[in-house]
Design a protein around this ligand. Structure first.
Ligand SMILES: [Zn+2]
Ligand SMILES: [Zn+2]
Length: 238
């Protein structure tokens, strides 16, 4: 069955994510827009996934725990996991492999951890948008070893994308999928990447509620679970 997805969304834990991107607001807006499945992909952390997944379970929205990983080359990668436990283990791993630089909220924004009641339960003090020590070539096997799947984020963008940093989707980093923005020129991208048979995953990369988009893109899954999403990617991976 086909389900409407958005696999690239930020919460108030991302420094650049608006403070209105609370667990309940994200899930509520996703449902309003007609989405069936979303992934929470904050920069270098999965720590707001527990709350968003709890709200999703309560409200009947499938939430895939995820992360937007900054590689050592400052390339953004969308990481998706089959369950919370694996996501949080990966989140801890990334933390151990990233330099600890203090966030400066007045410059970068606050990094708020919330519970399922949208209450602030903590504030992350380390800046979450630092490049990690994980290279783009290591990322695929590493995320796979945590049970997840990873693909390059927003390849149509001029910054923090694999195309901007490396010039193209290199064979080592092309495993059959790539993320594109909602405002990407789809015809151009399809032409550009059809040779490699790359499936383009179009998501909003919303940092503000108003940047979340009406349901448009679908994924064909036998059932609506995070594991089924991972299985979909794994079965088509190159
Ligand atoms: Zn990004
Ligand atoms: Zn993003």
């Amino acid at each position: 069955m086909k389900y409407y997805y958005d696999f690239h969304l930020h919460s108030c834990l991302s420094p650049c994510g608006d403070e209105d991107m609370t667990p309940n607001n994200i899930v509520g807006m996703a449902k309003l827009l007609g989405l069936d499945v979303i992934a929470l992909t904050d920069h270098n952390t999965c720590e707001n996934c527990p709350a968003v997944m709890e709200v999703g379970a309560r409200e009947g929205l499938c939430v895939v725990p995820g992360m937007e990983l900054s590689t050592s080359e400052d390339i953004h990668m969308v990481c998706l996991f089959p369950d919370l436990h694996k996501a949080l283990r990966f989140s801890a791993y990334v933390r151990e492999h990233t330099a600890n630089i203090q966030n400066r909220p007045e410059i970068y924004g606050r990094q708020l951890k919330m519970n399922a009641a949208d209450e602030i339960i903590g504030e992350e003090s380390d800046l979450l948008i630092m490049a990690s020590e994980i290279s783009v070539e290591q990322a695929y096997e590493l995320v796979k070893s945590f049970g997840g799947f990873v693909y390059p984020a927003h390849i149509d963008r001029d910054s923090y994308s694999i195309t901007a940093v490396l010039g193209d989707l290199t064979p080592e980093c092309n495993h059959g999928f790539a993320g594109i923005s909602y405002d990407a020129d789809e015809a151009f991208l399809k032409k550009m990447y059809s040779v490699d048979g790359v499936e383009l995953m179009q998501s909003s990369d919303a940092h503000y509620l108003e940047n979340m988009k009406d349901a448009k893109n679908t994924i064909d899954l036998p059932e609506l679970t995070p594991q089924a999403v991972i299985d979909y990617f794994a079965a088509r991976a190159k």
